[in-house]
Design a protein around this ligand. Structure first.
Ligand SMILES: [Zn+2]
Length: 406
């Protein structure tokens, strides 16, 4: 068994769910144990370690010109409940393996190479994904320390302090220019590479979701006694809005426009009662921020029209509204050059899930390297990437880091 496959197996055992499922919520006991184990591996590889106030951890291989901005790679090791062992972890242990393989050849980087372990890419604990990279890039204000609360009601400050990460959150912020470049290795989490038998995907854009919560207040009443012309049914207004949103996404002319109404809570939820209040939540994504925002504007206008049409009252709020990112052509070109030099087939593609790279792209040129995973499964226990796929991704990552660090 390859070293990285053994290490992925060891990391998967730091879990609150029995194998093959993995549950590793940020700052849980298992997460902290996994971090300590990873630090020992990185120490053994001679990397210098720095931790920031939210637990983002930086493992640095010093270059021959340490004053130059470093080349960075990395991902996350937190895992949502009952998920698999490859999401994020392939980018962390793969980054370490890439560094060790370069060290083994005697290569000396001019720029330092840093492996980053991002805190809380998954939204499980705080309801907000990419916590660490949002803070690094300044997208999330440091006031979140007091306002952001975990599932148990404790603030971010309380949770991180208890986990051993103290100090002012201001210190997590990285200035533009801090890094020369960032490239993240990750499983695709979609089926395209496997279906096309292409071993490497090079990410050219990362779609970003906007999610909206829409609350519709109508009038309840007896399902028999209130006649149809008198009704202000909140659910029927919600249903029309969901269909309208589908139509907006289909009418942009791009397959990259997607919209989903994935939550619909009906009150009072009784078969013989007219729905009086409905909350729907919609996720709207695109690789083009303007095009996505046009879908949002259309939905907002549809809400206004629906109030008049059905005599309901509608309030709406954004749960989040991140900007999509375009990946850096220089890094995309570097990864493609590495693939070409090694005769490795590759496709340029869009990441439809979002990653820490979305926020790193705000402070430095960034891109991602995708490897195939079984049937595109992810966030489930049968998530799987083959040793060959992982080794191929590590090889491309290592040579990319070497070229960027020259
Ligand atoms: Zn991930």
């Amino acid at each position: 068994m390859n070293r990285i496959d053994k290490e992925l197996e060891t990391l998967a055992a730091f879990s609150d769910a029995p194998a093959p499922a993995v549950t590793r919520v940020v700052f849980s006991e298992q997460d902290l144990k996994a971090r300590a184990w990873l630090k020992r591996l990185c120490e053994a590889a001679g990397l210098a370690i720095r931790e920031d106030a939210v637990g983002n951890t930086f493992f640095r291989w010093q270059g021959t010109d340490p004053a130059l901005p470093a080349v960075a790679t990395g991902s996350h090791i937190d895992a949502i409940p009952h998920s698999g062992r490859y999401d994020g972890t392939v980018g962390v242990l793969g980054g370490l393996e890439a560094i060790r393989s370069l060290q083994a050849t005697g290569f000396q980087p001019r720029r330092s190479i840093e492996l980053i372990l991002f805190t809380s890419e998954e939204p499980t604990r705080f309801g907000l994904g990419c916590l660490g990279s949002r803070l690094m890039s300044g997208v999330l204000p440091t006031s979140a320390d007091a306002t952001l609360k975990g599932s148990d009601g404790a603030t971010l400050n309380e949770v991180r302090t208890k986990a051993g990460f103290k100090g002012n959150l201001e210190s997590t912020l990285l200035k533009p220019g801090h890094y020369d470049s960032f490239v993240e290795l990750h499983i695709e989490q979609g089926p395209l590479l496997e279906a096309r038998r292409v071993p490497i995907g090079i990410v050219i854009a990362i779609a970003a979701p906007a999610s909206m919560r829409i609350t519709i207040e109508g009038q309840g009443g007896h399902a028999g006694a209130v006649l149809m012309p008198e009704r202000h049914d909140a659910f029927l207004a919600a249903a029309e809005l969901a269909l309208a949103l589908e139509a907006f996404a289909k009418s942009t002319g791009s397959v990259d426009s997607v919209a989903t109404t994935g939550v619909c809570d009906i009150h009072p939820r009784a078969i013989n009662s007219i729905p009086s209040r409905v909350v729907i939540e919609a996720d709207i994504r695109d690789t083009d921020g303007d095009r996505r925002d046009r879908m949002i504007v259309s939905l907002e206008q549809a809400c206004v029209n629906m109030e008049a049409k059905r005599g309901v009252r509608i309030t709406r709020e954004f749960i989040n509204r991140d900007a999509p990112a375009q990946c850096d052509p220089r890094i995309v070109g570097t990864v493609a050059g590495v693939c070409d030099a090694n005769g490795i087939a590759h496709d340029r593609m869009v990441s439809r899930a979002y990653h820490d790279s979305l926020f790193m792209a705000k402070i430095c040129p960034a891109s991602m390297i995708f490897i195939p995973c079984y049937k595109g499964f992810s966030h489930r226990p049968d998530e799987y990437a083959s040793p060959e796929a992982i080794a191929g991704g590590v090889k491309v990552l290592a040579e990319t880091l070497a070229r960027l660090a020259c």
